[in-house]
Design a protein around this ligand. Structure first.
Ligand code: R5P
Length: 293
């Protein structure tokens, strides 16, 4: 292992040079097999190159949170507007009709519940690949606690999932979970996203940050999608999505900013405008307000 101290600080991300073309439209994944590419093409729209993932996996550690009290009532009507549904196998099997025919990203790790003070103690695998294949999963999401007490266990889960994913052609989404005591900044996300990508994540989910996000994206050799985070006013959430896409993110994996909106259908449609049609946050908010009126 190289020295951890006394190193020169990374600073040159060559933002003016596009990522190398590996012969496939998804960044860094040209050297994967046909099945992996086929699943990636269900996740990332081959036309725009981007994805709108609807995340409603919160119940796996939070229970029934606002907007997710009844998945069959609140989430099922949103499915047609998402490219990917990200949830637990329990939620998908019980509440999402198989005829929805959407790419599924299965939450594949379990963590401690909200009853515990430390939520970063680490994940174990919550399912095996056989069940993921049975559910026709297009990707598996593995939560990793870089810098948290569960770092080693969660990174181990990611590496083993990447092995199995490579074996069966199933992409692995590395999810950066930020502990309460950690700063959500460029330095942290630069480390966490790059670690997950190098250890085998096929794509990485992280948070948008106002400063240095484009550097984080440039230094990550595979696509980044952003989580939405806590509910914001719709114009702010649309603006955040716009800025993330402008900085090179390949989509959103958004939950509360969609299903906790008073107008979730109009909100996810507005998000699609930003992610797939190049709308600015302002234009998408105009679309949203027109749609709700
Ligand atoms: C959290 O439990 C999950 O990882 C969510 O999928 C993630 O945080 C995205 O949802 P939100 O946009 O609500 O943050």
């Amino acid at each position: 292992m190289a020295d951890a101290v006394g190193n020169k600080i990374a600073k040159d991300y060559h933002l003016d040079i596009p990522a190398a073309d590996t012969g496939f439209f998804v960044k860094g994944l040209g050297n994967t097999d046909w099945g992996m590419k086929n699943r990636l093409s269900r996740i990332f729209d081959p036309k725009s190159g981007n994805t709108v993932m609807l995340a409603f996996d919160h119940g796996y550690f939070m229970g029934a949170t606002a907007g997710l009290e009844r998945l069959d009532v609140t989430i099922a009507p949103l499915c047609e507007y998402a490219d990917v549904l990200m949830a637990t196998r329990g939620a998908i099997r019980s509440c999402i009709p198989p005829t929805a025919n959407k790419a599924i990203c299965l939450r594949a790790t379990h963590d401690t519940s909200v009853l515990f003070e430390d939520l970063s103690t680490g994940s174990g695998m919550a399912l095996d690949f056989e069940d993921a294949i049975r559910m026709n999963a297009s990707a598996l999401a593995i939560q990793c606690f870089i810098g948290g007490s569960g770092e080693a266990a969660s990174v181990e889960a990611l590496c083993r999932a990447a092995d199995q994913g490579a074996k069966f052609g199933i992409p692995v989404l590395g999810v950066t979970a930020v502990g309460k005591e950690m700063a959500r900044n460029e330095k942290y996300f630069m480390l966490a996203t790059r670690m997950l990508a190098e250890l085998g994540a096929t794509f990485v989910k992280t948070y948008y940050i106002e400063e240095g996000f484009e550097n984080v994206v440039a230094a990550c050799p595979v696509p980044i999608v952003i989580a939405g985070g806590k509910k914001l006013p719709e114009n702010e959430a649309l603006d955040m999505a716009y800025k993330a896409i402008q900085a090179g993110a390949k989509g959103v994996d958004m939950g509360r900013n969609v299903f906790q909106s008073e107008h979730p259908v109009e909100m996810i449609k507005a998000i699609r405008k930003v992610v797939h049609e190049g709308f600015t946050g302002k234009e998408a908010f105009e679309f949203f307000t027109d749609a709700i009126n």
